[in-house]
Design a protein around this ligand. Structure first.
Ligand SMILES: Cc1cc2nc3c(=O)[nH]c(=O)nc-3n(C[C@H](O)[C@H](O)[C@H](O)COP(=O)(O)O)c2cc1C
Length: 402
């Protein structure tokens, strides 16, 4: 799975109690197709046996400085990314001050690959000014960090110090592996999910959008190093790790949030299913069955977010991707929308396919571009569709944002 396939990852396990969770980190890395070497400190081996990591990686675990004379130089040079999980207070201190008295610290000091640390320790160890100073130094030196999270700790206390969950760590490793993207450091705004149009204080008109397509785009853009904001309507699907999430309910709230985010953005991806219609005058009180037989609903057209943001997008040269679901004349209609609404790319969804579009994990889209290119993608997982779309966006932006 992108971006792990065939990439070399060095997993450094140090002596924290959460070393047992690193077994899951290793398993996932392998499942995602990474080529993983494991290095354990002496203290780590007190927590979990090297046999477990060796059996899962299918390779001997690197342990001592004196076992292979040049391992401390080669391991960090040959890797595409290094993840230290858990990272003890001790290894953070060594890395911050340049100590190299065992295989882990010497390898990290000699590393050419980008490093991610996942600190895990007792809250007082974490909050100690010495640890905090080390973290500051590591951040200044460009070392990436994930966590620690807050919550119950092994010793029965609670507070910041828990190692982040394996999936979260994996997402951050993914970001480390995609540092070549032209999106690196650029702002990407994504809309996701449905918007609701209230009829009365408890009822609304909505749609089946789950937010999955937008979340997949946000996750992929974040992994490519972008600063991502996802403006999303109500959904029960968890948003991705990384992007900032702005929650809204109605179309006019989504428009307001977009206006606030678009200045300085390089890309806008409009994956939300924004309600086209809203009640002309929503009732202040709950509509009652015995108010009369049936209910006469007067609907009016809601704001068109693409039209409303056209000027702002032009002024900021925001590359805009939209989604279109057409029941007939799909391509011609999508091309017209592309032109009229100032978009650079449209992902055309087929209507009425059970495995594509709303509320499923897969999608089939045709990419239609303002430069007259068209590409029909096969049925793919939404995260793959997101990757293909962002690949195309990267190609189009080329040196333009760089
Ligand atoms: C049971 C036990 C649990 C420990 N858990 C942690 C921990 O979660 N985080 C930490 O920084 N140190 C922890 N320590 C202390 C480290 O193991 C100790 O500082 C050790 O020197 C770290 O070595 P290393 O960084 O080379 O792995 C723990 C020690 C023991 C005995």
């Amino acid at each position: 799975m992108r971006p792990f396939d065939g990439r070399r990852v060095l997993l450094v396990v140090t002596g924290g109690i959460s070393a047992y969770k690193s077994v899951v980190v290793l398993r996932r890395l392998i499942e995602y197709g990474a080529d993983v070497e494991v290095l354990m400190t002496e203290a780590a081996e007190q927590m979990v046996g090297a046999v477990t990591f060796g059996a899962l990686s299918g390779r001997p675990v690197h342990r001592g400085l004196w076992e292979q004379p040049l391992a401390h130089i080669e391991l960090g040079r040959d890797a595409d990314a290094i993840v230290v999980a858990p990272a003890t207070a001790n290894i953070l201190a060594k890395l911050a001050t340049g100590l190299a008295d065992d295989l882990a610290s010497a390898t990290l000091l000699a590393a050419a690959a980008p490093i991610l640390v996942a600190p895990a320790m007792n809250t007082r160890m974490w909050e100690n000014p010495a640890t905090q100073a080390n973290i500051e130094a590591l951040t200044a030196a460009g070392i990436a960090r994930v966590g620690p999270a807050s919550g119950p700790l092994a010793e029965g206390e609670s507070g910041p110090g828990r190692m982040e969950e394996p999936e979260t760590i994996l997402t951050h490793v993914g970001r480390l592996l995609e540092r070549e993207s032209v999106l690196l450091g650029h702002k990407v705004v994504v809309t996701a999910g449905p918007t609701l149009a209230p009829l009365d204080p408890v009822r609304f008109l909505g749609n089946r959008s789950s937010g999955r397509m937008g979340f997949a785009l946000a996750a992929s853009a974040w992994r490519r190093g972008a600063e991502v904001v996802v403006v999303c309507g109500p959904t029960s699907v968890d948003p991705p790790v990384g992007p900032r999430v702005v929650r809204v309910e109605r179309a006019d709230e989504m428009l307001e949030a977009l206006r606030a985010e678009l200045d300085g953005a390089a890309v806008l991806a409009m994956a939300a299913a924004v309600a086209d219609f809203r009640a002309g005058s929503p009732s202040d009180g709950k509509l009652k069955k015995d108010d009369g037989p049936g209910l006469d609903l007067k609907l009016e057209t809601g704001p068109d977010l693409l039209v409303e943001t056209l000027e702002q997008r032009r002024a900021n040269s925001v590359f805009t991707l939209g989604f279109a679901l057409e029941t007939e004349d799909g391509e011609a209609n999508a091309r017209r929308k592309l032109r009229d609404k100032g978009m650079d790319m449209v992902a055309l969804n087929p209507a009425g396919e059970p495995d594509a579009g709303f509320d499923v994990d897969t999608n089939r889209v045709t990419i239609i571009e303002s430069n007259d290119l068209t590409e029909e993608l096969p049925l793919l997982a939404k995260h793959e569709v997101a990757d293909r779309l962002l690949d195309r966006i990267e190609e189009r932006l080329g040196g333009a944002t760089g």
